[in-house]
Design a protein around this ligand. Structure first.
Ligand code: NAD
Ligand code: WQD
Length: 362
């Protein structure tokens, strides 16, 4: 069932309608989620008309309120399960009545690594199923441009860091990781087929932080597994102290090293990727999106304390199964192709993450 909220249906002034129809329309699956909502903001600011398709399985309509507060208008959205060909094609049909769809950004997926080891079929069904259905629907509506949310997880434990896009795709650490490898493979196979497809596979490193306005941010449902949401909730007194998963790794301080990228920088990279696709025909390329710098868990904790003037309650604990020692990106390819690079520091991201937690209420 498709539930549209279409600003054009609300009796907008003719000039407003004309202006809207001139903007390139981008379908954003999973656009109510963490990275999607920030990307919808950046697309709007860059002059695109994003349309969110989301089944709200891991998000909340309050994200639409937050986007509206930032951009000054309600984003167009439809409740759609991207696994359903019927729902997806009905949504494309309804959008195509008023816009030419210039591209799709496909965020919709489940992302909890631990859960994927317990419920692998839930992950294959949703992540692979929605990607396959989306590609089929894009073909039916002659939409060629696709930006896909991939992950540094496709590299597994890399042999060389920083990791560039030429690094081998190794054994993934989880069924979730395999769904990202499988989706990349499906997209490459379709690109090599007769279906015209112009695709950018964006491999995110560790997105953190929130919009500086504190109107949107990460809304983890239940027990957070990722470092920053757990850290902010523990600091707010909502959780037990943070457990640092292992301090005996072969790194400078013994804790794991990751490439933490501000979610607004990540969102801007999607706009740049769409513009890159628009200037191409039938490309299919992968890009690393990270800062190019690694920080350890203890460095993150100490920076958070310094920037925000709060204590982070934490204890040392054993290693978490499946964690890799260190990974960070070589983002040179995205920089030279898109003219994109990160503008925000780790401190910015940690400040915005804490302000978002405070805005949510402690
Ligand atoms: P999120 O869970 O906040 O957002 C995903 C959105 O997709 C949610 O709004 C959810 O309701 C929606 N969704 C899920 N399945 C759907 C379906 N079948 N149909 C329609 N909507 C559906 O996650 P996020 O952190 O914003 O991640 C976005 C994408 O980026 C995902 O593909 C994820 O795998 C990928 N990614 C995330 C990270 C990260 O650390 N957050 C890192 C690398 C890659
Ligand atoms: C970061 C660091 C933990 C929680 C995951 C996915 C990856 C990608 C990004 C989607 C690690 C440590 C964490 C805690 C801790 N997602 N940590 N205590 O594991 O690098 O990557 O998100 O594609 O695929 O695997 O992110 O935030 O879970 O952990 O010490 O309570 O923080 O050991 O070193 P990770 P994370």
């Amino acid at each position: 069932m498709v539930h549209p909220t279409n600003p054009l249906a609300k009796g907008s002034a003719p000039n407003a309608i004309f202006d809207l129809m001139k903007k390139p329309c981008v379908v954003v699956t999973g656009g109510a989620g963490y990275i999607g909502s920030h990307t919808v903001v950046e697309l709007s600011l860059a002059g695109f008309h994003p349309v969110i398709l989301d089944n709200f399985s891991n998000s909340n309509r309050s994200a639409l309120d937050g986007i509206e507060r930032i951009i000054g208008s309600r984003p167009e959205s439809m409740q759609v399960d991207c696994r359903s060909h019927q729902e997806l094609s009905a949504a494309f049909d309804s959008i195509a009545e008023q816009h030419t769809i210039s591209g799709v950004i496909h965020f919709a997926a489940f992302k909890a690594v631990g859960e994927s080891t317990k419920l692998p079929l839930k992950y294959y069904d949703n992540n692979v199923g929605s990607t396959s259905t989306l590609l089929q629907t894009m073909a039916e509506f002659d939409v060629e441009n696709l930006v896909f949310s991939s992950s540094c997880t496709v590299y597994g434990q890399p042999e060389v860091i920083p990791v560039d896009e030429g690094a081998p795709i190794l054994e993934a650490e989880s069924p979730y990781g395999y769904t990202k490898q499988a989706c990349e493979r499906i997209i490459r196979d379709v690109h090599a087929s007769d279906q015209p497809l112009n695709a950018a596979l964006l491999r995110y490193f560790n997105p953190i932080g929130a919009h500086p306005s504190s109107h949107i941010g990460e809304l983890p449902l239940g027990h957070p597994n990722n470092l920053i949401p757990f850290l902010t909730q523990a600091t707010a007194g909502l959780r037990d102290p943070l457990t640092v998963f292992g301090d005996d790794y072969p790194t400078d301080d013994g804790t794991c090293v990751r490439d933490y990228i501000h979610v607004v920088d990540l969102a801007k990279a999607h706009v740049a990727a769409l513009q890159w696709l628009d200037a191409r025909s039938l490309a299919c390329e992968s890009f690393n999106l990270g800062t190019g710098h690694g920080n350890s868990v203890l460095e993150v904790i100490h920076s958070f304390q310094r920037v925000n003037g709060v204590d982070v309650p934490h204890v040392m604990g054993p290693r978490r199964e499946g964690d890799i020692t260190a990974i960070y990106a070589d983002p040179a390819k995205a920089r030279s192709a898109f003219g994109w690079s990160c503008e925000h520091s780790l401190d910015d991201a940690l400040r915005d993450a804490w302000n978002w937690q405070l805005a949510l209420g402690t």
